[in-house]
Ligand binder design. Sequence first.
Ligand code: MLT
Length: 406
Amino acid sequence: MTPFGTVELTVYPYDCDAFGHLNQAALLTLLERARWDALARGPGMDLFDRNGVWPAVRKATIEYRAPAFARDVLRVETTVAGRGTTSMTLRHVVRRVSDDTAVAEAEMVFVCIDRLGRAAPLPDEIARLLGPHPAAGGGHQPISVPAGDVELAVDVRGEGVPVLFVHGFPFDRTMWRHQLATLSRVRRIAPDFRGVGGSGAPTGADGYSLSRYADDLVAVLDALGVREAVLCGLSMGGYVIFELLRRHPTRVKALILADTKPQADSAEAKRGREELTRVAEREGQGGVIERLLPRLLAPATQATQPEVAAQVHEMARRWSLPGLVGALRVLRDRPDSTETLRGVRVPTLVLVGSEDEIAPPDTARAMAQLVPDAQCHVVPAAGHIAPLEQPLATSRLLADFLGALP
Ligand code: MLT
């Protein structure tokens, strides 16, 4: 859902540099025009004035993907990528209308300021227009899919090659919200694990195992009539995919392994899982995430993107207690998957945040070496949750890999 309609704008000669390319400053101006045009057609250009606040740009991240030239008509799609108490994040995707080439993607963070320049809460009218908080489900309703003894909540969007997005611990399907919103050329399928978010949560210890998590993913594919999918997993999502490769190898068209590793837990790591289980039982989800958070996000994310830390807290709160305890046992007992990866014969992309402490870049490079012809990319300025910390760079790597699949 977006309050901003799609806008088409023409590139004028004076927007271009000496070589005839749309220049960077002009692209920013064009995006601004697109936002005002969309407001004019929707809630009115005086939306901010009449609410006594002004949207000040605080951060702009732009990926230029192809040149544009004078007289090109560009289509600008704008969606709401995030909102805080005083801020909102908009995502623009710019395509050339004549051949649908992706020209640029941009993310802009705005802070509402009052007439004295102080940050002000988003007024009700604007908050309503922006829609539900993306961290609480991305404004997209999941479907319910039966999987053995539980119903799973699954976000399903778009058409094309099916890509199954598998979240990590203790996150949920919304950790992929940027990729679910933007990878518009593929069919995006993102379930919550059993015990998490909108999925059912068995109460008994035997409700959670690596094989159950893997079979749940196959139940999702079956329910959607998907024979073969690209599997894209982060960390624990990767461990579950390794199990799926062992149990259902014919269901895998290609692999994307993000911030994950094939090794089993060391004796020390197993003790850490047990300690965390006691924290979960004593203090609940809040205690678990307090312990984990310092190692999850890159220092730059912690310093400049408080909304990412807030989403991580929110996702952890959506785990049931049996789900948390069950997953910690599964993580502790998971097998080594080195041999599984040596047997992979499908296109594989490995990616890792440059500051990932849990599955660091060296481990990712070594993992990529196990799979013939695997690609390996490091996402700069990201920790353990690259898709959420650096969404543009991560989505671009995914889009390039998916676009090149046979
Ligand atoms: C995850 O993100 O899924 C966890 O970091 C996995 C782990 O703790 O091994």
